[in-house]
Design a binder for this molecule. Structure first.
Ligand code: APR
Length: 278
């Protein structure tokens, strides 16, 4: 009698439990599929965005075959361990978009990225590496490849300090070397007067660029030490003496402390060209 009463109720409960488990499994499977699709789309999206940014910035330089430049760029790192991209891998890219010598117009920098770029955007008479074709397409970007893959990744890549020969670091080392090789005449560098060591011996400027300034091609190096109201560092700073010592004999050295506000106010006059602001 008891078994007859509990039998159908138990069967209903068991059926409900089975239906519940089935629904839960279905939801989990669906969730997995949605996550997988979203990850795939976002990776593809990053690649597309990265290439689109590269090509759009490249097209600002009229007459450039941007698909060819993109192809040479990809060849440097695609399919490689992202930490094992030698500087030489970017050789064909740099050869296809070289830095033409521009005497008296090259400006270098260290720890002054924002102020120098604000300045060169207004004053076309000075050019940093980031104002050139290759420098501008990759400024602020991160990229890498992966062994066994022909894709470009724009996230999850090793950064500057993660490895010596990361895809990003090797590019900048190669581009900075080629840019410094093309320097001639009077060269300017903006250094930061708000830090204790404006000429930092491990910087790209110290290790890669300064050793490439050769006399007589480079006549002089002018340091513009960018100061704030309460900056403690002056042109007498010990690290600047180190810079003078490292400079090829025959290159004239000079240094001038210039308040950042004065640099920001240094606007070109279309009639007179570039004013002397320091
Ligand atoms: N970690 C992360 N990023 C770094 C690091 C680091 N340790 N060192 C350099 N970088 C990258 C960053 O993108 C940073 O904005 O290089 C940029 C410049 O670093 P700084 O120390 O400010 O300057 P420096 O190393 O001297 O490089 C600037 O190199 O790009 C060329 O011609 C350019 O003269 C300029 C010089």
């Amino acid at each position: 009698m008891q078994r007859a009463e509990s039998g159908p109720a138990e069967r209903i409960r068991r059926r409900r439990r089975l239906v519940g488990i089935g629904v839960a499994v279905l939801v989990l499977v669906l969730l997995g599929v949605v996550v997988a699709v979203a990850v795939t789309l976002s990776l593809r999206g990053n690649t597309r965005t990265f290439k689109e940014t590269f090509v759009a910035r490249c097209e600002d330089f009229n007459g450039t075959d941007c698909e060819k430049i993109w192809g040479l760029f990809e060849e440097a790192y695609v399919g490689r361990d992202p930490c094992k991209v030698p500087v030489a891998a970017y050789g064909p890219l740099i050869a296809a978009a070289p830095f033409p010598p521009k005497c008296n117009q090259r400006i270098f920098w260290s720890k002054t990225k924002a102020v120098v770029h604000d300045f060169t955007k207004k004053r076309k008479c000075f050019e940093t590496v980031e104002d050139t074709l290759l420098g501008s397409v990759l400024d602020g970007q991160t990229w890498c490849g992966k062994e066994g893959s022909n894709e470009t990744f724009a996230t999850g890549c090793p950064g500057w300090t993660d490895c010596e020969t990361s895809a990003v670091r090797s590019f900048w080392n190669g581009a900075s070397a080629a840019f410094a090789d093309a320097a001639c005449g009077d060269v300017t560098v903006m250094l930061n007067g708000a830090v204790a060591t404006p000429f930092y011996n491990k910087s790209v400027f110290a290790t890669i660029e300064v050793p490439r300034f050769r006399s007589p091609k480079v006549r002089s190096l002018k340091v513009v030490l960018v100061t704030q109201e309460n900056s403690l560092t002056s042109c007498e700073n010990e690290s600047l003496k180190d810079l003078q010592r490292k400079l090829d004999g025959g290159i004239t050295y000079s240094c001038k402390a210039v308040p950042e506000a004065q640099i920001n106010d240094c606007i070109p006059d279309p009639e007179k060209g570039c004013p002397v602001c320091w």
